[in-house]
Write a new protein. Structure first.
Length: 72
């Protein structure tokens, strides 16, 4: 068998791609990557006043962002 089946659309895709760990064809992979990028673009916040934006991955990341000093 020289091809794998895409989990999302059922089309065949390269076995080399499957061996690298991908579960989708290029088209479906691109769609999911774009959706993930749009979602992650909304998950940023400034690390501190006038500081750089950082990617927020969970609620635990938000807990200490705007606190300073010993209460952090």
């Amino acid at each position: 068998m020289n091809s794998a089946i895409c989990r999302y659309c059922g089309e065949d895709y390269s076995m080399k791609r499957f061996n690298l760990g991908y579960i989708s064809c290029l088209d479906c992979g691109q769609k999911h990557a774009e959706a993930e990028a749009r979602f992650k673009a909304t998950c940023t916040a400034p690390a501190y006043n006038k500081g750089p934006f950082m990617f927020i991955t969970s609620k635990e990341c938000v807990v200490g962002i705007f606190k300073t000093g010993e209460n952090k």
